[in-house]
Design a protein around this ligand. Structure first.
Ligand code: PMP
Length: 444
């Protein structure tokens, strides 16, 4: 990594000449509904670097939105997926089963929280995993209502749009949405009216009260929650919120679903984020980091729930593609053998230290939060004014992008800057990325 860092050309202006030409073509080729954060086109990527077609080496604080936890083009992932592709590319597991699919399910059953008997089903995307988890919960309970939370993000399909909180850009103009979805206030410590220390217990009481009085626990199939909200702005619910909700679900026959699509596979410093508070979900949805960059997703959970669904009711043509399964087995091996959860904790410690120091001298950084390699800062007007500082975020992003730092925003108000470096990023690149961010604040 240090060699790449040495060779890294600091870009002062993007896009470069080749990118500009591609940009022109793109205007005709790509539908307006697909946007992009950076105007550069990728040539190759690995470690903590994304190299563009002009030869600019960008520092990767995005991991393709929390996907390349083991790094981009990891040699073990590439080798195993390539070997699989050379034997057979696709048969459809529902037609001709293959061992790789079963091995991934076994691995998921082993690494997810809880010692109970489990089953897994493989799918293609996070949204599909969430859709299937809801179908399983409804089928197993014979109930319909699904509980979700403010600021949640669960996908862009019809049902997952309904489960998602933010209207623009995810839902605007795409209704009508699926029914029987009920949204509860989120335990958002930074913005909790009576202070962060009261947030967990108070928010749990509120949600439980609302579910009991307004919906009736006996009508609820599932409570669906991201243990740390991703697109919502890396909101980790106040302590006690998740365990209390899980206990309420257990006592009322409600399926507790943890959406770990963004937080899974060592990202937050544990294999799964619900482990930070010792919560064992009934079902867990995963995707993103599962297969080192190939499209794969899963629902893993209690055997009695998974077995309640009639044969043929779940699945799809591509679910658990052989190459994606091979990649997942290599990625999981890499995560476990290199203790990438430990590495995520070390990355988090470095980031939190420097970002807290930055916040101490910049009033507009209202909150520094997150776990492992999933860290965010929330920008506000400052001086006690919590109004979201969206313009400042745009200015910081502009500078960081111009200096070749791949960085993403998040949050309902768009005032959160989130950092998701690959877990294999070296200390030098991590430091350089953070320095660019510090410079951006110095220039504000
Ligand atoms: N759930 C969560 C928590 C997510 O972060 C995402 C993706 N950002 C999804 C679901 C949807 O995943 P996908 O984009 O693969 O459909």
């Amino acid at each position: 990594t240090s060699e790449i860092a040495q060779a890294r050309r600091i870009v002062t202006e993007i896009p470069g000449p080749k990118s500009r030409a591609v940009q022109e073509r793109r205007k005709q080729a790509v539908a307006q509904g697909v946007g992009s954060v950076l105007p550069v086109y990728v040539e190759r990527a690995g470690g903590g670097i994304v190299e563009d077609i002009d030869g600019n080496a960008l520092i990767d604080f995005g991991s393709g939105i929390a996907v390349t936890n083991v790094g981009n083009a990891d040699p073990r992932v590439v080798e195993r997926a390539t070997e699989q592709l050379s034997r057979f590319t696709h048969t459809c597991f529902m037609v001709n089963p293959y061992e790789g699919y079963v091995e991934v399910c076994e691995a998921l059953n082993r690494v997810t929280p809880g010692d109970h008997e489990k089953r897994s089903i493989l799918l293609n995307s996070g949204a599909e995993a969430v859709e299937n988890a809801v179908k399983i919960a409804r089928s197993a309970t014979g109930r319909q209502a699904v509980i979700v939370f403010d600021h949640a993000y669960h996908g862009r399909t019809n049902l997952t749009m309904a489960l998602t909180s933010k209207n623009m850009p995810y839902k605007q103009g795409f209704g009508p949405f699926a029914g029987e979805v009920y949204r509860m206030p989120m335990a958002y410590p930074f913005r909790w009216p009576t202070g962060p220390e009261n947030c967990g217990p108070e928010a749990a009481r509120q949600a439980i009260d609302q579910i009991s009085k307004q919906i009736g626990a006996e009508n609820v199939a599932a409570v669906l929650i991201e243990p740390i909200q991703g697109e919502g702005g890396f909101i980790e619910p106040g302590t006690g919120f998740l365990p209390e909700l899980a206990e309420f679900c257990r006592a009322n026959g409600i399926v507790f679903v943890a959406d770990e699509v963004q937080t899974g596979f060592a990202r937050t410093g544990q294999m799964f984020a619900c482990e930070h508070e010792g919560v064992v979900p009934d079902l867990i949805t995963t995707a993103k980091g599962i297969a080192g960059g190939l499209p794969l997703a899963a629902v893993t959970g209690r055997a009695d729930l998974m077995d309640a669904v009639h044969s043929g009711g779940l699945g799809g043509t591509y679910g658990g593609n052989p190459a994606a399964c091979a990649a997942a087995l290599a990625a999981l091996e890499a995560i476990e053998s290199a203790d990438l959860a430990g590495r995520a904790r070390a990355i988090g410690a470095t980031m939190l230290k420097r970002l807290r120091a930055l916040a101490a001298t910049h009033d507009i950084i209202g909150d520094v939060r997150g776990r492992g390699a999933m860290i965010a800062i929330e920008l506000v007007k400052g001086g006690g004014d919590m109004t979201p500082a969206t313009d400042a975020v745009a200015e910081v992003m502009r500078y960081c992008h111009s200096q070749g730092l791949v960085l993403l925003t998040a949050g309902t108000y768009g005032n959160v800057i989130r950092m998701l470096p690959p877990l294999v990023i070296g200390d030098d690149l991590l430091d350089e990325g953070l320095s660019i961010l510090e410079e951006a604040f110095a220039r504000l």
